[in-house]
Design a protein around this ligand. Structure first.
Ligand SMILES: *Cc1c(COP(=O)(O)O)cnc(C)c1O
Length: 419
């Protein structure tokens, strides 16, 4: 057996996709099934009343109630742990549920957070909400570690960053921030959604916790919402001041997850359902194959757009003129499946999107289909023109979340729409 309780998984001798494909089977699932079944039972019965007491008291591993854990969901959590090569994971109903539960269970009033200013819009909005509950947040241009260091205070509890920012694809100083957090004993949380563990593992730059919106590339088919937090084992929880004594039991590496599971998942209740967990788990099997194809398509389209006179600017980390090209090339297996363009003057972004046939106008990313959206008029509308300008979001910007269509077809579709 290579699997442990609580979403843990051991290091493996196999490579990424092989390990993921065989992860369910390693747990010796019921009846020898090759895919973990969808267990819909909310509760779990015990023949020995002493045993349920032991489970509740944490002396024995087992299931108590579906809001805290479920066999189908735990199998997915172990798969995610394996992909990130962490020590454990907890799954949630959405990526936002993973982020909010993690922050709300680890932070207290009076604490300070340093966050990248290039964040997923809803994460940015949530950090604003935290400020109304007495938690200070400093947003900094984290493409250089100096700004992060300058923002640190005595009450800083964690630093939060993403890998590739959406929609302008900035890449923060992932390594520098990791070293800084290591020196200062600070918790470093990286949202790995845009890269997924196939392109990058935040553990390699010292992140203590990794967030994945499983809704996106890991699930990969736009058919289920889910999120996860993974502990990489890199953070020394004995140095974290906000843990309750009841959760400081057994393996110190699991203290943080214990508190997130109890305070974040159990109390807040953003639990992942077993049907969605099954969809995500099946999707995760092909993460590496899909992601490679989507990244190659994005590269081909970004290069095509770059030389097109009707495109003013292309934002893609795989292009040599991108400000963080060298960083992306050093850290990531490929350059991601998301790119944005600014159209030349006189080209209407709505007409352009309406002329594209294969690219569906939609706000998601990480689907098998290619999606495009006029970001200033939709996702970033609520922020207002000043904040948009500060984030480098022009009115003519169109963001593409590239899918796995055949490359030639996508290129022809772009040529037609820009023609
Ligand atoms: C989509 C996304 C999330 C949130 O995931 P949901 O499952 O939609 O809640 C968080 N972070 C990033 C970077 C995302 O792209």
């Amino acid at each position: 057996m290579r699997a442990y309780a609580d979403g843990r998984a051991s290091m493996s001798k196999h490579q990424f996709t092989t390990e993921s494909l065989h992860a369910d089977r390693r747990e010796k699932p019921e009846h020898g099934v090759l895919h973990k079944p969808i267990h819909t039972s909310v509760a779990f019965g015990y023949e020995d009343a002493r045993e349920i007491a032991a489970v509740f008291q944490g002396r024995k591993s087992g299931y108590s109630y579906g809001r805290q854990s479920n066999p189908t969901v735990e199998t997915l959590a172990r798969k995610v742990t394996g992909m990130e090569q962490g020590v454990g994971s907890i799954c949630f109903a959405t990526g936002m549920a993973a982020i909010t539960a993690t922050m709300l269970s680890l932070l207290r009033s009076g604490d300070h957070v340093v966050a990248s200013s290039f964040l997923f819009g809803n994460t940015n909005s949530f950090l604003g909400t935290l400020q109304n509950f007495g938690i200070e947040v400093s947003f900094v241009d984290a493409t250089g570690v100096a700004a992060v260091e300058a923002a640190l205070k005595a009450n800083t509890r964690l630093v939060f960053a993403e890998t590739i920012a959406n929609p302008a694809t900035q890449i923060v100083d992932l390594e520098g921030i990791g070293e800084l957090c290591q020196q200062r004993g600070l918790l470093y949380i990286v949202d790995n959604t845009m890269t997924s563990p196939w392109l990058f593992r935040p553990a390699t730059v010292g992140a203590g916790l990794v967030i994945n919106a499983l809704t996106k590339y890991i699930g990969g088919h736009g058919n289920a919402l889910a999120g996860a937090v993974t502990d990489t084992g890199k953070f020394d929880w004995t140095r974290f001041p906000n843990l309750y004594p009841t959760y400081k039991v057994a393996d110190t590496r699991l203290w943080g997850l214990q508190q997130i599971r109890k305070k974040g998942l159990r109390d807040l209740g953003g639990s992942l359902g077993p049907e969605a967990a099954h969809h995500i788990s099946v999707g995760a099997d092909t993460l590496g194959l899909r992601m490679d194809k989507a990244c190659d398509n994005a590269m081909a389209l970004a290069e095509y757009c770059q030389q097109h006179p009707k495109v003013r600017k292309v934002f893609y980390p795989g292009l040599a003129q991108h400000a963080q090209y060298a960083r992306a090339a050093r850290l990531f297996r490929k350059f991601g499946a998301l790119f944005s363009i600014e159209l030349a003057d006189g080209v209407d972004c709505f007409d352009f999107l309406n002329t594209l046939d294969l690219v569906v106008t939609s706000s998601n990313l990480g689907d098998t289909r290619s999606l495009g959206i006029p970001v200033a008029h939709t996702i970033f509308w609520e922020m207002g023109p000043e904040r948009r300008a500060s984030m480098g979001i022009a009115d003519s910007m169109v963001r593409f979340a590239v899918g796995i269509e055949d490359t030639a077809d996508l290129l022809a579709d772009f040529a037609h729409a820009l023609g």
